[in-house]
Every structure is written in structure tokens, then in C-alpha cells.
Design a binder for this molecule. Structure first.
Ligand code: NI
Length: 392
């Protein structure tokens, strides 16, 4: 079985490279994936796989195997980022200011590869494969939440879901797994600190929102150092502070934006409360005001212990022990979290780096690119994991 899937994946590689390059040339932003969606639908039609369009641009397809059995969902996201590509390749983005800089072109191509492999083998297999081509991963409220709301996990309801993401820190041909908590919840924090502007030389006549903001930002870190349980990874970062005064002008207000990330729903809500209280009360104590707006983002990604342990074991059988690594927890977010919060799921990483000393091309940068041989693993391993999961 392993040899057969590997041969299929290797036979499909040139075609997958074509598909990936096509998607890479024509990236579309979150919730605007109309052409990408059409392209996926055409490929599925060519393969003779029935599908439904969900949440405008999402696509859910079903491969019914020869015998009844478990329903397993496989998910790939398909949106791109608002980044101007600077790579000088023949397949560089043709859409100005839009780029597949997070590898979702690889995820989509791999899942189409899986579809081709499993469609061929289906008569001999037991179960049902649900292919979820998901929109809008990069932007709140997250395409996963919309597709779940619109019934992507019903009729039939899968018992488990698998997803993969490119990983430029790992060489192509390798993959990584992690059981339990893997990626953080991510919320956006917006503060508007209101004082009273005026001449910088007459501070007693003003309420200085710049100084108040400075106190708030420093004080906020005590929520992380003193109120958080020491065992609970959390990050509170403010990347944007806008005070439009001058050397001699105190502004009326300051705007601040940041992110809060962690791995526990109860602490997450508690922390929101503490952030709000601390910002409002610090501002008040100094004669000002603070408006706090917390936009709740994705929950944390929880990889099911049993599913992940089994998937890792099968990956070792498929790729060899030297090609399967354990991953560290990450503070980045992923809307795969929405699936993993409602059903057993595992989200694993697909190595995309060129060779051991290949250049690392960071995700979300204008120079991101992959070693396209990763598609062979991206499709082959996922097909194998799907088959094994249907059996378990
Ligand atoms: Ni991504």
C-alpha cells in the first residue's frame, strides 16, 4: 500500500507542480477566492468527485469508498496574503499586492493530489473521505468558523479531521507532529487612551495621554508575569502605538494595537477582563480615559492525543523515522482551531525547505517559496493517513 501511494504521488508530482504554480501566479485574498474556488471545482469535476460550494468560495467534496466505514475529513486552506511578491520566478504572483506567502497554494495542491490518489484507490477502501477546501484562513472571523456554521461538518459528519501546513524550517520530505496544545488562541487588543492635548511646555493644563499610555503598556506586562499561572504560555505584545503630537504638542489621544495569545479558554477570558480593568483604571487614576476594544480571534489548536500519536506512527512507516520530527508549541494562530475544538483533529507540518543548508524563506515574507518536491509528501502522506484513519 505504501509503495503504491508513493508511486502515485511521484507520478503526480509534475502535474502538482503545474497546479501549484498556477495557484501561485493567481493568488486571491481572504473571502475573495472566487477563481481559486472555480479552479478547484474544475479539477474535482475532471476527477469525477462530487462537491458542494459552502460559504461562497469554500468547496466540500466527498469520495465514497467501496465499503461503508468511518468518515475522515481532510482540510486545506486556499487564501493568500496582502504582500507584494519580490521573487523573480516564472511563477511569481501576477496579482499586484497579493501573494501566496503562507503556502496555502501548496496545501490546496496537495489536497487535490490526495483527491486523485484516493479516487483511484476508493473501490478497494472502506469509508468516506471528506475534502474541505477552506476559504479565508488569514482573516477574522476565519473561514473555518463560517464553513462549520454552514454545515461543512454535517452530512456526513466526520469522526476526525487532518490538516497540514508548510514549514520552512524543516527540509522537504520531512514532517512534524505535536500532541495536545499546539498553536495559540489569538485576540486583537485595541486601546484608545484619551487625555487633553495642548502645549507640551504647559503640562499642568493638559492630561497627557502619551505618558498614560506608557504606564498602561508597562503595567500590562504584570498581567503576564503576576496574574498568569506560570505553566500557561501567554503573550501580550503591542506592535502599534500612535500619538500624533509633536516635540511641543501633547495630542488629545493615543491609539494602541496589540495581540494576546494563550492556550486556555478560561484564562483567555479572565485575561481579557484584566486587560480591560487595568487599562481603564490606570487611565482614570491619571485623569484620563481608556476605551478598550478586544476582538476575539481564533481559539487555540488542540491536537487530539490518540489521533496524533497514530498519525505520527503512520508517518514514520511512510517516510522513515529520520523524516518525522516532534514540534514545539507555537504562539502563532490558525483557524484549524475551530475544527479541533469541536472534533478530534491533528494539524501537522510539512517541511518545505530546500536541502539541509537551503535558504530559509520565512512565512508571510515577500520572498517566501518552497521546494516543490514537498508536494509529493504533501499528497502522498495525507492520502496514507486518511486511509489509516478510516481503518482505526
Ligand atoms: Ni497559513
Amino acid at each position: 500500500m505504501i509503495e503504491r501511494i508513493k508511486e502515485e504521488a511521484s507520478r503526480l508530482l509534475p502535474e502538482m507542480i503545474e497546479v501549484r504554480r498556477h495557484l501561485h501566479r493567481h493568488p486571491e485574498l481572504s473571502f475573495e477566492e472566487f477563481e481559486t474556488s472555480k479552479f478547484i471545482q474544475q479539477r474535482l469535476t475532471q476527477l469525477g468527485i462530487p462537491f458542494e460550494v459552502v460559504s461562497k468560495t469554500g468547496v466540500v467534496a466527498l469520495i465514497q469508498c467501496g465499503a461503508e466505514g468511518k468518515v475522515i475529513a481532510l482540510r486545506a486552506d486556499m487564501d493568500a496574503l496582502p504582500i507584494q511578491e519580490t521573487n523573480d520566478t516564472e511563477y511569481a504572483s501576477k496579482n499586484i499586492g497579493v501573494m501566496h506567502a503562507c503556502g496555502h497554494d501548496v496545501h490546496t495542491t496537495s489536497l487535490l493530489g490526495v483527491a486523485a490518489i484516493l479516487k483511484n484507490m476508493a473501490p478497494e477502501l472502506k469509508g468516506t473521505i471528506k475534502l474541505i477546501f477552506q476559504l479565508g484562513e488569514e482573516k477574522l472571523p476565519g473561514g473555518a468558523s463560517l464553513m462549520i456554521r454552514d454545515g461543512a461538518l454535517e452530512n456526513p459528519a466526520p469522526t476526525a479531521i487532518l490538516g497540514q501546513h508548510v514549514y520552512p524550517e524543516l527540509e522537504a520530505g520531512k514532517v512534524g507532529f505535536r500532541s495536545g496544545k499546539y498553536m495559540a488562541s489569538a485576540d486583537e487588543i485595541y486601546l484608545k487612551v484619551i487625555g487633553k492635548g495642548g502645549h507640551a511646555a504647559l503640562p499642568d493644563r493638559n492630561i497627557d495621554p502619551v505618558l498614560i499610555t506608557s504606564h498602561i503598556i508597562v503595567a500590562m506586562q504584570q498581567i503576564i508575569s503576576r496574574r498568569r499561572h506560570p505553566n500557561m504560555p501567554s503573550v501580550l505584545s503591542f506592535g502599534r502605538v500612535e500619538a500624533l503630537g509633536a516635540t511641543n504638542v501633547i495630542p488629545n489621544h493615543v491609539e494602541v494595537a496589540g495581540t494576546f495569545r494563550t492556550f486556555d479558554e478560561e484564562w483567555r477570558l479572565k485575561a481579557h477582563e484584566l486587560i480591560r480593568e487595568l487599562a481603564e483604571n490606570t487611565a482614570k487614576a491619571m485623569g484620563g480615559n481608556c476605551e478598550v476594544d478586544i476582538r476575539v480571534g481564533y481559539p487555540f489548536v488542540k491536537n487530539d492525543e490518540v489521533l496524533t500519536k497514530n498519525a505520527k506512527m503512520h508517518a514514520i512507516d511512510f517516510l522513515g523515522p529520520g523524516n518525522v520530527v516532534d514540534l514545539e508549541m507555537r504562539m502563532t494562530g490558525e483557524d484549524f482551531a475551530y475544527y479541533s475544538q469541536v472534533m478530534p483533529g491533528t494539524f501537522y507540518r510539512l517541511g518545505t525547505k530546500e536541502g539541509a543548508d537551503g535558504k530559509m524563506r520565512g512565512l508571510h515574507t515577500s520572498t517566501f517559496d518552497v521546494d516543490e518536491t514537498c508536494l509529493e509528501t504533501g499528497a502522498g502522506l495525507m492520502a496514507y493517513l486518511a486511509i489509516k484513519s478510516m481503518e482505526e
